[in-house]
Write a protein that binds this ligand. Structure first.
Ligand code: PRP
Ligand code: URA
Length: 212
């Protein structure tokens, strides 16, 4: 049996290839941003395997047939600011009509506790499948609080998507939100004393936006 039934680690060769470039300290801001988006596209496909489809009638040039589609407007994206913003375009490439909510969180550098500073969500979010996106799942505090904030507002169907996770983050989400599937492309070794993932890729927000 899986140790964490709600955690899915992708073992996809294309993702591995792209993550290896992402980790490289010599990868510049533009390429870093593009890779985050490309990896998110692949992860979005993989994490939607269980999506509920609705039947629709389609008229081909030859005849009328019943096909299946993802219901329009059924998906929303909630990036955790800032670094989650880098994943929004990736989900949009698959679901261009997805509405976007934003949750602002920063980690207090000494306690590592997440602090919420912003929350703006689209109307009707309770009825949607909500992708919470953040490239880094370290202690899991930011993701866990963001998921709690959505649940408090009535959201029932949440999927968490992170590119790199630490075992500590995965464990925390499994304990605090066992009902939420967590999709990660890579499960890394551990956290260092400052809460950074090892081997990791450094500070995702700074590398995405060139702030350091
Ligand atoms: C980073 C990252 C996550 C969080 C992960 O954000 O993007 O949101 O840390 O850490 P945790 O799992 O221990 O909570 P940060 O707080 O550095 O803010 P930023 O995105 O604005 O740089
Ligand atoms: N946030 C990051 O951006 N990187 C880490 O390694 C941990 C948290």
């Amino acid at each position: 049996m899986k140790k964490y039934p709600n955690v899915f680690v992708f073992d996809h060769p294309l993702i591995k290839h792209k993550v290896s470039i992402l980790r490289d300290k010599n990868t510049g801001m533009k390429e870093f941003r593009e890779l985050i988006e490309e990896i998110t596209v692949i992860m979005t496909y993989e994490s939607m395997k269980d999506v509920t489809l609705v039947p629709v009638e389609v008229e081909t040039p030859l005849e009328r047939t019943v096909e299946y589609r993802v219901p329009e407007e059924s998906v929303a994206i909630v990036p955790i600011l800032r670094a989650g913003l880098g994943m929004v375009n990736g989900v949009h490439r698959v679901f261009p009509t997805a509405r976007v909510g934003h949750i602002g969180m920063y980690r207090d550098e000494t306690t590592l506790e997440p602090q919420e500073y912003y929350c703006k969500l689209p109307d009707g979010i309770e009825e949607k499948t909500v992708f919470v996106v953040d490239p880094m799942l370290a202690t899991g505090g930011s993701a866990s609080d963001a998921i709690s904030a959505l649940k408090k507002r009535g959201v029932k169907n949440i999927k968490m998507m992170s590119i790199i996770a630490a075992p500590e983050g995965v464990e925390r989400l499994s304990k605090e939100h066992p009902d939420v599937p967590v999709y990660v492309s890579t499960l890394d070794r551990c956290l260092n004393g400052n809460g950074y993932i090892l081997p990791g890729l450094g500070d995702a927000g700074d590398r995405l936006f060139g702030t350091k």
